[in-house]
Design a protein around this ligand. Structure first.
Ligand code: NDP
Length: 409
């Protein structure tokens, strides 16, 4: 059984949701962008896009890795829980929520036994629940560290949403706790599984546009303070920062994976309109510049007040590669322009969340490393703090923590 629903997304960002029924393996929808209308559900009788299975075949449900989801907010309810239907190695077994009635409703919808429902106080009892192997933390940013530490101490593997935490000190504590427990820690960089972003990385490494000289990233959307998911994002104590911590991180991470380098210098400017009550505690607009060892420079912007934008461009010595949209859930476009001409790279959309979860489950089952371990999340948190510091000082800062990314694509 498979079903597709199309709806509007967070703060007016158009977003396509796949709601799969029973599944297995990562399902991809061919020509999905053409098949779906942006603002209306698929009309009855309208053919569904063709789904294809990619990657390895699904394993028997009883052998799949058991996952607990912590925090039943927008991302969990709209994307992550439905994505289990497209997983072949991961299954939902437990829920953690501050809202018992909601958790019960969700449990019955996804076939989770109510005895595996926890709240934030009873959370540590997951240690005695052998059905749970992975804990997926989808809470406001400042709660990531606490719930990650407790999951590691309970002997569970952790997938934590981005940003990993709100300070580098917290990130280090999370890394240490996972290492001590001999459990894995991975950060939720879904774009590391997204075909357009992966194809862009491959083309760049093959020299399709020559030597990379500049990278441009723009990631923003107007934040709605009346939306519960917008409310905490505007409070420093819960969000840790503003647009940079929330969506600028996509451009920052991309500047690193597109160049395949780590920055050695940052400069930045921040602007938060004083007359806009949304920006009393966190920043609105950040424009930052990253210098890489090869001489390439990235200039990146992020904002909570400009119209929804998700765009990367890479300028090389012999061509230009553009991703727009670059980081949405189910719609991406990759264009390459070289001396030979312009072309759109045709790719299948996939469920990034299912691919990400199955990557983690496979790493657990096969005792393999993960693409985005804690150190990868910590690198971005350190860089974001350097960006804030460079803006505060009004001058560039030299940086290098000798971090090198473990896997390139
Ligand atoms: P929501 O506000 O929609 O959900 C957060 C949930 O956390 C709440 O619904 C609530 O769940 C729980 N919660 C516990 N304590 C609090 C508190 N004090 N205030 C508010 N909520 C609390 O946020 P999102 O789902 O949009 O974001 C959650 C995390 O996921 C963030 O870290 C965000 O950066 C990340 N994210 C990642 C995305 C990606 O594409 N990778 C996209 C969107 C978000 P309950 O009621 O069950 O207790």
């Amino acid at each position: 059984v498979s079903m597709i629903k199309v709806s509007d997304g967070i703060a007016g960002v158009s977003r396509r949701e796949f709601l799969y029924g029973v599944g297995g393996g990562t399902l991809i929808a061919s020509q999905f962008a053409e098949a779906a209308q942006p603002s209306a559900p698929l009309a009855q009788g309208q053919p569904e896009p063709k789904l294809q299975r990619v990657g390895e075949p699904p394993i028997e449900p009883s052998r799949r890795v058991g996952w607990a989801v912590v925090g039943l907010g927008k991302l969990a309810l709209d994307q992550v829980l439905p994505a289990f239907g497209a997983c072949g190695k991961s299954r939902l077994v437990a829920l953690v929520s501050g809202d018992r009635a909601k958790a019960q409703r969700v449990a019955s919808q996804y076939g989770v036994d109510p005895k595996h429902i926890y709240d934030y106080d009873s959370y540590d009892a997951i240690a005695q629940d052998p059905a749970i192997q992975v804990v997926y933390i989808i809470l406001p940013n400042s709660l990531h560290a606490n719930f990650s530490l407790r999951a590691s101490r309970a002997g569970k593997h952790v997938l934590c949403e981005k940003p990993m935490a709100i300070s580098a000190t917290e990130c280090q504590q999370m890394i240490d706790a996972a290492a001590q427990a001999q459990r894995k820690l991975m950060i939720g960089y879904r774009c590391h599984y997204e075909p357009c972003n992966l194809a862009a990385i491959n083309l760049l490494r093959q020299g399709e546009i020559g030597k990379i000289r500049a990278v441009v990233t723009d990631n923003g959307q107007a934040i709605d303070p009346t939306d519960p998911a917008g409310e905490w994002r505007l409070r420093k104590s819960l969000a840790g920062g503003g647009s940079l911590m929330d969506i600028g991180i996509y451009g920052l991470n991309a500047a690193r994976y597109l160049t395949g380098e780590e920055p050695i210098e940052v400069a930045a400017m921040v602007n938060s309109p004083g007359d806009d009550p949304r920006f009393r505690e966190v920043e609105d607009l950040v424009v930052f510049t990253l210098r890489f060892p090869s001489g390439a420079i990235a200039h990146c912007s992020t904002s909570y007040s400009y119209a929804a934008t998700s765009r990367f461009a890479v300028q090389g010595t012999t061509g230009v590669l553009t991703l727009d949209p670059a980081t949405t859930y189910y719609e991406h476009a990759l264009h390459v322009k070289t001396e030979k001409g312009s072309r759109k790279v045709e790719l299948h959309e996939i469920n990034q969340f299912a691919a990400e979860m199955d990557h983690f489950s496979a790493a657990i089952l096969n005792q393999q490393p993960v693409k985005s371990p804690g150190e990868e999340g910590m690198q971005d948190v350190r860089l974001m703090h350097s960006i804030y510091e460079a803006a505060r000082l009004g001058r560039p800062i030299k940086i290098d923590w000798t971090y090198r990314r473990p896997m390139q694509a």
